[in-house]
Design a protein around this ligand. Structure first.
Ligand SMILES: [Ca+2]
Ligand SMILES: [Ca+2]
Ligand SMILES: [Ca+2]
Length: 281
């Protein structure tokens, strides 16, 4: 517990500047600026606090291929570069045990170097670095990728224009709900996203509470980062119509450890959702 407290204290400034969106592994001051190497569900980041400005830069290096040492013995910022010690790895799926992936090192003891100027490049100054935008299918040359009038950095559904109809209501009920910890505001958590692969135009139109990327189901249409990195944690199937009742549909919801078949019916302006079968794997 002491170790945890000490770690929390060491990164308290970052936790507060970034609303507890990251786990941190190493930090360093360069002049007035402070840098910390960080990770969240999407991948690895370099976070930077300079005066009152806090920014996070996505590394675009998949945790499916790279492992970085939790303890960095050398400075992480040197000669205008981010330098990280780690290994090239391969994920070994453990058959029958989803979620229990193992890593096998292909090349150990590597030093990965990335120019800070490349990492920090944000062509249209919208708050997300170009590498992040390219990794998730945003347009690095445009501040508002989906042209809905909301800038990418403030858009909770940045790849699609949101709307409202009975099907978006259904999908908004079916996506996971998160409880904000006291003082947390999901809108201010600009680097934390859920990721779904879904081609249904109604699903794409949802107004999520937490930032959400709704990307193509077809692997070939995905940006490289999403093809090689397993960040999609669940999804929903297409709606199947009930042959008799036009207001009734069937849908399958899947996650990393379970699948559910559900019957959903729109009655008196509301969706009634019934789980008809489920398996926990
Ligand atoms: Ca940008
Ligand atoms: Ca937008
Ligand atoms: Ca949008």
């Amino acid at each position: 517990m002491k170790k945890y407290e000490a770690h929390k204290k060491l990164y308290a400034k970052f936790d507060s500047a970034f609303n507890e969106q990251f786990a941190y592994f190493a930090k360093q001051s360069v002049g007035k600026a402070e840098y910390a190497f960080a990770q969240n569900n999407l991948g690895f980041w370099l976070t930077k606090i300079d005066g009152t400005t806090a920014k996070a830069y996505f590394l675009g290096l998949s945790f499916s291929h790279y492992y970085f040492n939790k303890i960095q013995t050398q400075p992480i910022i040197k000669d205008g570069e981010l330098q990280l010690q780690g290994s090239f790895v391969r994920i070994v799926k453990v058959a029958g045990l989803p979620g229990y992936d193992d890593y096998s090192a292909i090349e150990d003891g590597k030093l990965f170097r990335i120019k800070l100027s490349d990492l920090e490049k944000d062509s249209v100054h919208d708050g997300y670095n170009d590498i992040f935008e390219e990794s998730f299918g945003l347009n690095p040359e445009k501040g508002d990728t989906d042209s809905d009038g909301i800038n990418d950095f403030n858009d909770l559904n940045p790849l699609h224009k949101s709307g409202k109809n009975k099907f978006t209501m259904l999908f908004e009920e079916l996506v996971p709900k998160y409880a904000a910890v006291e003082g947390q505001d999901f809108k201010k958590m600009n680097y934390l996203f859920d990721v779904y692969g879904n081609d249904c135009e109604y699903f794409q139109m949802i107004n999520p509470e937490l930032r959400t990327f709704i990307v193509a189901e077809n692997e070939n249409k995905l940006p490289y980062y999403l093809r090689v990195t397993d960040v999609v944690h669940g999804g929903l199937s297409k709606l199947r119509k009930d042959p008799k009742n036009p207001e009734k549909f069937y849908i399958m919801k899947w996650g990393s450890s379970s699948t559910y078949d559900m019957a959903v019916e729109f009655k008196n302006g509301k969706w009634q959702i019934e789980i008809i079968s489920g398996t926990v794997v």
